[in-house]
Ligand binder design. Structure first.
Ligand SMILES: Cc1cc2nc3c(=O)[nH]c(=O)nc-3n(C[C@H](O)[C@H](O)[C@H](O)COP(=O)(O)O)c2cc1C
Length: 191
């Protein structure tokens, strides 16, 4: 049998999603099936790369329900994957991760179409926020509308509370390689 080709496409602004994409690539390369694994930023992926892959994993970071890189992927890559019945899996990276599962599941379906994503493996992983690294626009958004939205929640879950606690600190990093493991195992089954 020929070698399976896996393509991991990621949208990442500050590197958290890129880190998970790199870890996933390492995990897949270590499998006994020894697939060929390539990682590529969403902004740079070409239709040819998607066509050549047997398995396509798409990861994007969450900015208020919008996943990084999603608009261009929906335009140039998603239409190629659907008719070819490529094996697919999806992950998001956000501050709250699984704590925002319902919102993130909706964001995944909205971003990459319900048709492509339904029933496929999906994981919601946690990144972080480092205030000194943020762009002015991102800082303003987080300190303004996002903070107001978080603070308005009557019963904040632990993830939301951690995000609220993050204001007034240097930041917080919940990146965790072990949290990727169950998803890596699901992707391995597609290889
Ligand atoms: C403007 C802005 C909005 C964000 N909105 C959310 C959000 O709604 N929920 C959440 O859990 N994290 C949110 N985050 C946190 C990011 O998802 C988190 O920093 C993530 O690790 C970024 O990953 P990246 O570096 O790969 O882009 C937001 C961050 C910024 C700067």
């Amino acid at each position: 049998m020929s070698t399976t080709r896996a393509l991991i496409i990621y949208g990442s602004v500050y590197g958290y999603t890129e880190q998970y994409a790199t870890w996933l690539a390492e995990d897949l390369r270590a499998l006994p099936q020894a697939p060929e694994v390539e990682t590529v930023p969403a902004a740079k992926v070409t239709p040819e790369q998607a066509e050549a892959a047997d398995v396509v994993v798409i990861g994007g970071s969450d900015y208020g329900g919008f996943l990084t890189g999603a608009p261009s992927l929906r335009k140039k890559i998603v239409p190629l994957l659907l008719p070819k019945r490529k094996r697919t899996a999806f992950f998001t990276v956000s501050f709250t991760g699984e704590y925002s599962k319902d919102l993130l599941n909706k964001a995944v379906a909205k971003s990459y179409t319900a048709e492509l994503t339904e029933g496929q493996p999906v994981a919601h992983l946690r990144g972080g926020i480092k205030w000194s690294e943020l762009s002015l626009t991102h800082k303003a958004a987080l300190k303004g509308p996002v903070r107001a939205w978080l603070a308005a929640k009557p019963n904040p879950n632990e993830g939301i509370q951690q995000m609220l606690d993050c204001y007034g600190t240097e930041g917080a990093d919940y990146t965790n390689r072990a949290s990727l493991e169950p998803f890596a195992q699901e992707v391995a089954k597609l290889i």
